[in-house]
Design a protein around this ligand. Sequence first.
Ligand SMILES: [Zn+2]
Length: 113
Amino acid sequence: MVLKESFSKIEWGLAGLVLTSPLALRFAQYLEHQPTLCPLQRFAGVPCPSCGGTRAAFYLWGADPIQALKSNAGVTLLIVTLAGLFAAGKLNVFAESNAHFSDTHLASRRVAR
Ligand SMILES: [Zn+2]
């Protein structure tokens, strides 16, 4: 077996997600038996739209999409949508935040003046 000499950030990230997946699932199951931190749920007894979102995220990370949907369908669909956009290259979270200082942009500003 030949190992690649260098891995990209995305490959390291995916490897980390897969390797820590059993821990994420265990943590989601642990959260099922903890009291809620949501103020609305605690004082009014009514769940807010994001209630169960943390468990949903950890169930997804732990590769249990059914439990994720049962915990909070909205958060589950949001995460799946964002992951799909990222996979399709429509959402680049690794883009430089100071891109407006790039050489090409500065050159275009010089031309505009
Ligand atoms: Zn809540």
